[in-house]
Every structure is written in structure tokens, then in C-alpha cells.
Design a protein around this ligand. Structure first.
Ligand SMILES: *Cc1c(COP(=O)(O)O)cnc(C)c1O
Length: 414
């Protein structure tokens, strides 16, 4: 769903002070367009919500890793949650402070751990005992101390899509909450580790924050037990996961209210709070602009064939995700029912089924709303399609922050 600063001025869709169609005509389609104002406003909501407690916001790079967006957030004071060496490289290239980086993920390699340690990241969110042993041995060899938070699996149902739910017993993520104390106790004897944190991330696109608070309560009790065991826990990382409205009838959980509830629970606990928001910072801050190529009628259906495809935005086919589809110019009255599909040779290449659409003709521009998170980062070159360009809007100015790939780009390295 479109949220400000994406708004219609008369018939034309604007983002901040820029006419989206003017940008699309200049840069071509498919095209990702992001709003600097939206990203910073959303980031500041987290800063404001945690202002009364010691805290660090670590933006989850995987949601949107464009260097210009990382730089924007770094300049605003953000740290970063990374899940690979490649993401650390991006953060450093963008001028991010390694001392504000946390490294999550179940499958960190030896090379990635060495890269992170030598870069001086804040801490590792460890997901298994074997990983603890690996980090300890590498840290010992390099004469460094690695700061560690165990990622806990708290057995809380995030009640979201199964592919983006991560906090249940059967999931690959984290260390089971019933085993954490034993793991910490054994880890106390491993050299060159400083066991100082507890972390959790139970899933993504949570519109109801109760599961997050349920997990938090379990973590706070765990921290009391760990401290009693002699593990001096000083930081608590509550992960990311707040949802955003994709459909008109969805209500965004207010960040301020959620963080007030979090801070109230953590009062007097002597903890630095960390959080790893991704989607809720960048999701509503971006759209994917595409152009209608054809309208095609069969006996049972009408198709709108557009120039963007599943390789540009895979969320509809991967998660049955809904993205609103709106015209950049409200030219015609009336609506019709259509499947909106791309040119890729897969029946899974769709953006919407049986969607009520504003009237449109070949050549018209459409925007897929709420595409700033898990959009471009999941793009591929399937069907040998060059990846889209990305534009960042700032007031009445805009610039290309990633140029469209060329055919030459497509064969580089072969
Ligand atoms: C993906 C991820 C996040 C970000 O999740 P959002 O739902 O985008 O806020 C945070 N932490 C970890 C460990 C993740 O894997």
C-alpha cells in the first residue's frame, strides 16, 4: 500500500517532490525508486522509541543493501546486522562503523569469521555450539577477543508466513531456549570469547507484536538465570520483524508503542538494547515501476503483461505476497479484473491474480507499492534479464544509485 511520501498530486504519482513518471521516462523500466525521507523518518522512529535506554539500532542489511541507502543510515548513526561477508564488505564500503555491526546467521564460514574479527565488528550472534568453538579458535589464533551473543530460539510462533517464521522448535535458527544455559556454561571455558549477550529473531512481517513481547519476556527470564550462573550478560538483541502494511486493510504496528512496551520491560535491567529492523525501515520507502507491454485476453482471463518480472521482484511467487499495483497517471476512469504477469517463462511469474486494476493501456506506467524491502536484493538474472536500475529521491532531486545492468554485465566472469 502506498504511504507518504508517495502521494498523488492531481492525477500524477509523486514521491517527495518528484514526479515518478518523469523519472521512469528518463531512466527506463523496470526501475526501483526509493525515498530518502521515508527511510530516515522510519529510522528515526526507532531512535526516538529507544532514546531513554542505552541502545544500538542495527539495520538488517539483507532487506535492502544498496550502498547509498547504507550510507544514509550510517550517517544517521545506524549500526548494521549482517548475515554474510559480502554484506560486511558493503557496510564498510558505505562508510558504516564496524564497531556497530552484529553478525547473524546459521552458516558463518571460517573466512567470514576471520574477515569480521579483523574488521573489528561489535559481536557475533552465534547459532550453534560448533560455531562458538570455531570463533574461539580463530580468535585465539589472531589474539583477539570475540564478543558473543547466543541467538536463542524461544519457541514463539510469530504467526507469519512459514518461510519468514524463525522462532519455532523445528526451525534451523538459534539455540533452543532449554539448552542455552548449558551451552553458555560450557562456553565459559572456551578461550578468547566474551559471552555478553542474548539475541533472538522470531520472524518477519509481524503485524501483531504480542509474539515479540512474549519472546522478550522469555529472554529476560533467561538473562536472570544466566547472570545467576555467572554469565555477565550486558546486551539484549531483540531482532527485527515488525511488519508493514502491504494491503489497505493492514495496520502497521506503531513502532513507538512497541518500543515503549519493550523499554518498560527492560527498565532497571542494566542492559544495552539492540534491535535489527529491516523491512519496517525500507519496505514502504520504495516502489518498483514497470511499464505495460500488452493486454491479452483469453477465454477465462485477462492478462496485463508488464516489463518487470519475478526476477525483479520475487515476493509474490515466493511468499504469496501482495503488492498493490497503481498507475503513475490516473488517466482513465473505471477498473477491470486482470492477472498482472511478467515476460519470464514460468507460470510462477506473476505479480497479482484476479486483481481489480485501474484501466491501463500498453505504454502506461504502473508502480508496485511497498517494494523497498526484499525487492532488489532478491533480484536475479533469470532469463538473462539485466537487473533493474535503482533511484534515490531526495526532495525535488533524484539520482541513480545503481545503474541498470547491461548485456556486457551479464556475461562478465564467464
Ligand atoms: C532478516 C533478519 C532481520 C530483519 O528482519 P525484518 O523482518 O526485515 O525486520 C533481523 N535479524 C535477523 C537475524 C534476520 O535474519
Amino acid at each position: 500500500m502506498l504511504l507518504p511520501p508517495f502521494t498523488y498530486r492531481q492525477q500524477n504519482l509523486y514521491v517527495e517532490g518528484c514526479d515518478l513518471e518523469a523519472i521512469a521516462r528518463r531512466e527506463g523500466t523496470p526501475l526501483y525508486v526509493y525515498s530518502k525521507e521515508a527511510i530516515l523518518t522510519r529510522y528515526q522512529a526507532y531512535e526516538a522509541g529507544l532514546a531513554t535506554v542505552p541502545h544500538q539500532i542495527c539495520y538488517a542489511v539483507k532487506a535492502n543493501s544498496n550502498l547509498s541507502i547504507l550510507r544514509l543510515l550510517a550517517e544517521a548513526g545506524a549500526g548494521f546486522d549482517i548475515v554474510s561477508g559480502g554484506e560486511l564488505f558493503r557496510v564498510l564500503q558505505a562508510g558504516g562503523d564496524p564497531a556497530k555491526v552484529v553478525f547473524s546467521g546459521v552458516g558463518k564460514t571460517r573466512d567470514e569469521v576471520e574477515y569480521a574479527l579483523s574488521s573489528g565488528i561489535h559481536s557475533f550472534n552465534c547459532e550453534s555450539e560448533a560455531e562458538l568453538q570455531l570463533i574461539s579458535s580463530i580468535a585465539a589464533r589472531h589474539n583477539k577477543t570475540a564478543r558473543i551473543a547466543l541467538r536463542v530460539n524461544p519457541h514463539v510462533d510469530a504467526a507469519t508466513h512459514p518461510y519468514i517464521s524463525t522462532g519455532l522448535r523445528d526451525h534451523k535458527f538459534g539455540i533452543d531456549i532449554t539448552e542455552v544455559e548449558a551451552v553458555y556454561s560450557r562456553a565459559l571455558s572456551l578461550p578468547n570469547l566474551r559471552l555478553e549477550g542474548v539475541s533472538a529473531h522470531i520472524g518477519s512481517q509481524l503485524l501483531n507484536t504480542n509474539p515479540l513481547l512474549e519472546a522478550l519476556d522469555a529472554l529476560l527470564q533467561l538473562i536472570d538465570r544466566l547472570r545467576a550462573l555467572g554469565v555477565p550478560i550486558t546486551h539484549l538483541d531483540i531482532g527485527g520483524g515488525l511488519g508493514v502494511p502491504y494491503k489497505e486493510d493492514q495496520i502497521e504496528p506503531p513502532v513507538a508503542d512497541h518500543l515503549a512496551a519493550v523499554c518498560a520491560r527492560c527498565a532497571g535491567k542494566n542492559l544495552t538494547l539492540m534491535t535489527e529492523p529491516g523491512r519496517s525501515i525500507v519496505g514502504p520507502a520504495g516502489v518498483l515501476v514497470t511499464r505495460v507491454l500488452y493486454r491479452k485476453k483469453t477465454e477465462t482471463k485477462e492478462f496485463v503483461i508488464v516489463d518487470a518480472a519475478m526476477n525483479d521482484l520475487i515476493r509474490p511467487t515466493l511468499y504469496q505476497a501482495h503488492h498493490e499495483i497503481v498507475p503513475l497517471r490516473k488517466t482513465f476512469p473505471g477498473t477491470f479484473l486482470a492477472d498482472v504477469v511478467g515476460p519470464v517463462c514460468e507460470s510462477g511469474d506473476f505479480f497479482a491474480h484476479d486483481r481489480e486494476m485501474a484501466q491501463c493501456l500498453p505504454g502506461d506506467f504502473l508502480a508496485l507499492a511497498t517494494a523497498g524491502a526484499y525487492g532488489f536484493v532478491l533480484a536475479s538474472n533469470y532469463n538473462t534479464r539485466p537487473r533493474a536500475a535503482e533511484v534515490l529521491v531526495d526532495g525535488d532531486q533524484w539520482r541513480v544509485v545503481r545503474r541498470r545492468e547491461t548485456y556486457e554485465d551479464l556475461i562478465r566472469g564467464e
